[in-house]
Design a protein around this ligand. Sequence first.
Ligand SMILES: Cc1cc2nc3c(=O)[nH]c(=O)nc-3n(C[C@H](O)[C@H](O)[C@H](O)COP(=O)(O)OP(=O)(O)OC[C@H]3O[C@@H](n4cnc5c(N)ncnc54)[C@H](O)[C@@H]3O)c2cc1C
Length: 293
Amino acid sequence: CRRLGAEVVMVYRRTRNEMPAIESEIVEAEEEGVTFRFLAAPAELLRQGDMITGMKCQNMRLGEPDASGRRRPEPVENDFTELAATAVIAAIGQVPCMQGFESLDSGRGWIRADSTGATAKDGVYSGGDALGLSLVTTSIYQGRMAAAAIDAKLRGTPLPVEEKAVIANKFSIYYDHYAASSRNETAALPLAERMADLRREVVATLDERSIIEECARCMSCGLCFDCGNCWNVCGENVMPLKGRLKGDSAALATSDCKGCRHCMDECPCGFIEMIDPATGKYIRASMDDSYLV
Ligand SMILES: Cc1cc2nc3c(=O)[nH]c(=O)nc-3n(C[C@H](O)[C@H](O)[C@H](O)COP(=O)(O)OP(=O)(O)OC[C@H]3O[C@@H](n4cnc5c(N)ncnc54)[C@H](O)[C@@H]3O)c2cc1C
């Protein structure tokens, strides 16, 4: 709206510190001249006939932190401000349009599906934001699970099993293994050009060289990338990697393992985990209770 020439006022019930939006997007909006009105919540739309003329805002103050850890906005009694406006756009989140999908409704306006994507209706699968707002990676995973489940159903084979993984964290990554390399930034149009022509792409995509460099920065967190460190440090030949092709799975000779943990310590990506036989718990888990998922 701002780039189309409108004067835009964004109303938010907390302050800039609590805004969940990505910082760079807030900064871009500020640079382009969007005005923010903090500590205000919509109370009433003001109209003249069918026309919107403004919005009455309840002024707020910050109270104690809520479940999200952010300070809870509380209304200031009898304290309102009226903002003049020709249009009011609600931008507070998304919900699926369930028209035609009523039979899949969880009862709360979202589709319900199990871990394979199967819905209450036989033969209908779902994934992605229609189950609950999430990320691109989650949607892709759910799509793959659904595709595998459909394939299994048609072939009459067992359903895919949801993989449970121990997530690599800052304690399980061996940083010295990786060369430091800074992130490739995308080029963005200067402010004046951004505002001048709505059809121009504001943030460019990375070029081919930068994309390859970005991929090379991947630390393969939690997934083996065949660095061979474990094989190098294992004195007991538990890791029979020699002669094996890159990417092949390896059968470990665990009966020869003396539990020295060198493979775990030298594994750069946190792929190797060891369990304390006395407690049955992951050895590194004690460093961070949020480790196990
Ligand atoms: C502003 C914004 C920023 C985001 N930033 C990120 C980010 O940085 N990283 C990240 O991982 N995720 C981000 N997300 C979330 C991410 O975009 C979604 O989680 C993801 O796109 C969901 O994928 P999906 O396939 O479920 O749905 P969508 O990508 O929404 O695709 C659904 C498709 O179905 C079409 N459709 C809808 N109804 C019908 C119909 N009746 N018939 C036919 N077609 C229909 C729609 O047109 C659309 O093309 C962002 C989301 C928003 C809104």
